[in-house]
Design a protein around this ligand. Structure first.
Ligand code: DX5
Ligand code: ZN
Length: 246
């Protein structure tokens, strides 16, 4: 597997002190920041949009290389993923991770105003994200089988292939839910097929569940409540990293 990347989810940070929470978390040893964008439509919760990302971006140095420290890993839990790529690029997103389900569901792509683009296929969206100079990620919800990804990942056209796959280990929408161990076969299968892929897990990761995810082959670890509720977040980040690297 590629090296461990620990990506605390700022969903569990104090939103009134978000800039400081971001810079503190990087100082405590985080590699990336996982930024959860929810639109109240694709998921039953709302967070914030590009204007907030623009402001918090100024609190963290930009990464100097792909996958470098300070990467803003934007998890787009939104119904119209193509519509927001440019805004998030301008805001300082480095990795734009959209949901497979949103890209293939044409009803979810209808904007209320009727102005927005029609349905985009995952590979077209990945190509567009890359053409904007961002890394691309594709996320699957718990009920989505992993085999929908094979045709996307086996594509010989490199710019249409994502840089990362996110296997959700909770239903997206809220922090603090329980880890779904039954998602681990998806990770195992992905790792077997793609030894060099960045494979991210998100939801319920903690010192208690990290070994299952690490054993399955996940290397990008999101943790929200486990990091932000800790009295020593740096210690939690270290333990998560050690588990992946051992
Ligand atoms: C859930 C979000 C997660 C969330 C994880 O929809 O995608 O990133 O913040 O929180 P924990 O680690 O508390 O499960
Ligand atoms: Zn997330």
């Amino acid at each position: 597997s590629p090296p461990a990347i620990i990506a605390p989810s700022i969903l569990s940070a104090d939103f009134a002190e978000l800039g400081k929470a971001c810079s503190d978390t990087i100082s405590q040893g985080a590699d990336w920041l996982h930024v959860d964008i929810m639109d109240g439509h694709f998921v039953p919760n709302m967070t914030f949009g590009a204007p907030v990302v623009t402001k918090i971006r100024t609190h963290v140095d930009r990464p100097t290389a792909a996958h470098g420290r300070g990467t803003f890993d934007c998890h787009m839990m939104i119904a119209e993923p193509k519509r927001w790529v440019r805004d998030f690029k301008k805001a300082g997103c480095d990795l734009y991770c959209f949901h497979y389900e949103a890209a293939v569901d044409s009803t979810a792509a209808d904007s209320p105003s009727g102005t927005s683009s029609a349905k985009t296929s995952p590979k077209e969206l990945i190509k567009f994200i890359h053409s904007e100079g961002l890394q691309a990620g594709i996320a699957i919800k718990p009920k989505t089988p992993v085999d929908v990804l094979w045709e996307i990942l086996d594509n010989p056209v490199k710019e249409e292939v994502p840089d990362m796959v996110l296997v959700m280990t909770v239903e997206p929408g809220f922090g603090g839910q329980s880890f779904m161990a039954e998602m681990m076969p998806k990770v195992t299968e992905l790792r077997k097929r793609y030894p060099n892929m960045q494979i991210e897990v998100d939801g319920g990761l903690s010192e208690k569940t990290i070994d299952q995810a690490a054993d399955a082959g996940a290397n990008v670890i999101v943790a929200g409540s486990a990091v932000f509720s800790a009295s020593d977040p740096g210690q939690v980040i270290k333990k998560l990293r050690d588990a992946v690297e051992s």
